[in-house]
Design a protein around this ligand. Structure first.
Ligand SMILES: NC(=O)c1ccc[n+]([C@@H]2O[C@H](COP(=O)([O-])OP(=O)(O)OC[C@H]3O[C@@H](n4cnc5c(N)ncnc54)[C@H](OP(=O)(O)O)[C@@H]3O)[C@@H](O)[C@H]2O)c1
Length: 338
């Protein structure tokens, strides 16, 4: 059995393909033959810099997101069986209800070994069947990027038909947010640094397109597009570098789902903007199995297909990382083990 490991914080060049002993599930566990893994921005951060003191050291099997086939189950496992097509949970212990400290302290590909391995052992409750219409490559995109977008738009302050949503850039989370928002009857204002990517966002249904490189004052363009009102929901993947602008183009009573750090970490110089907008700013950290289950039903109902940018073979994982790092991708970057 082969698996990739990385030295967290020491760089993509520390990725190494290793031979590892065959695995056998204990009671309550399942053995999954991984067929596809998708990369997230978090995987880059973990490989290259500091993601948190809980990250497994000195070496870690990276990547939170994978899908595969159950090949064996341990004693007492009743909810899944051999041949079931499943995805792993980003937080194996966040099954339902509100987030807990215990669940947050155990993420795949972070505190725990992840999915970039030919086989993985997971607790029975930490896998979920995915919509049958999806391929393994597509299903591997769900556990982090899709679930985060879902949680942001439907689990806290649910998006209602006719409301406006701002998405930022064309990475994994943002493209899912666009697809989900359109399927729910929302109007989407999408930004990107690239006109070619804006064209693709248009094809996916984006109603208003803004090139944030050409319009550094993109928040004004968002306000113009909403007749001065601002948007009802922001899927905020930029973080400190964009939050002030996104708050300024949020509607009164609007909802900012704070998710990412693409535009840097830091502080908000004018928190009073949240007050004068009567806005809700919600920290969103992936989601629970319960959320995943509702998202799967929505994906099936609306025949949503994850947008896969490129698929790399298992032996070429470092190239997949480099591709994500380049920012040239649109949607998700996948590593296939087929
Ligand atoms: N809280 C959570 O649970 C959670 C879950 C998933 C991801 N995240 C975070 O969310 C962010 C996005 O993750 P991802 O995996 O979707 O990333 P990704 O796929 O790597 O997306 C990167 C894309 O974001 C866009 N972008 C980069 N800098 C930007 C900026 N300053 N303003 C607007 N857009 C920018 C670019 O799109 P264009 O080329 O189109 O401009 C870039 O290609 C990351 O910070 C990640 O850590 C958080």
């Amino acid at each position: 059995m082969k698996r990739w490991t990385v030295a967290p914080g020491k760089g993509i060049e520390t990725l190494s393909l290793e031979e590892s002993p065959q695995l056998k599930p204990a009671a309550g566990q399942v053995l999954v033959r991984v067929r596809a893994v998708s990369l997230n921005y978090r995987d880059l951060v973990i490989a290259k810099s500091f993601y948190g003191k809980g990250v497994k050291q000195p070496r870690l099997v990276p990547c939170s997101d994978g899908a595969g086939e159950v090949v064996a189950v341990g004693d007492g496992v009743a909810s899944v069986k051999a041949k079931d097509r499943v995805a792993g949970l980003f937080f194996p212990k966040w099954i339902e209800g509100p987030p807990t400290l215990e669940a947050h302290q155990a993420g795949l590909g972070g505190e725990l070994d992840g999915m970039l391995s030919e086989e993985v052992i997971l607790p029975e409750e930490a896998v979920i069947r995915f919509p049958p219409a999806l391929s393994f490559d597509e299903a591997a995109c769900l556990p982090c990027a899709a679930l985060t977008a879902w949680h942001a738009l439907f689990e806290r302050i649910p998006l209602r038909p006719g409301q406006t949503v701002l998405t930022m850039g064309s990475g994994g989370v943002s493209v899912f947010a666009l697809q989900f928002a359109k399927a729910a009857g929302g109007k989407v204002i999408a930004t990107s640094s690239s006109d070619a990517k804006l064209d693709k966002l248009r094809t996916l249904g984006a109603d208003v397109l803004i090139n944030y490189r050409e319009r550094p004052d993109w928040e004004k363009a968002v306000k113009e597009a909403t007749s001065g009102k601002g948007v009802d929901h922001v899927v905020e993947v930029g973080g400190a570098g964009t939050l002030e602008k996104s708050l300024s183009c949020t509607a009164v009573g609007g909802n900012v789902a704070l998710i990412g750090i693409l535009a840097g970490q830091g502080s908000l110089s004018n928190p009073f903007l949240i007050v004068v907008k009567n806005a809700t700013v919600s920290g969103i950290f992936v989601g629970s199995k319960e959320h995943f289950s509702r998202m799967n039903s929505f994906i099936e109902e609306h025949s949503i297909k994850p947008v896969v940018d490129r698929v790399f073979p298992f032996g070429h994982a470092p190239e997949a990382y480099r591709h994500l790092e380049s920012g040239g991708h649109f949607g998700k970057v996948v590593i296939s083990l087929e």
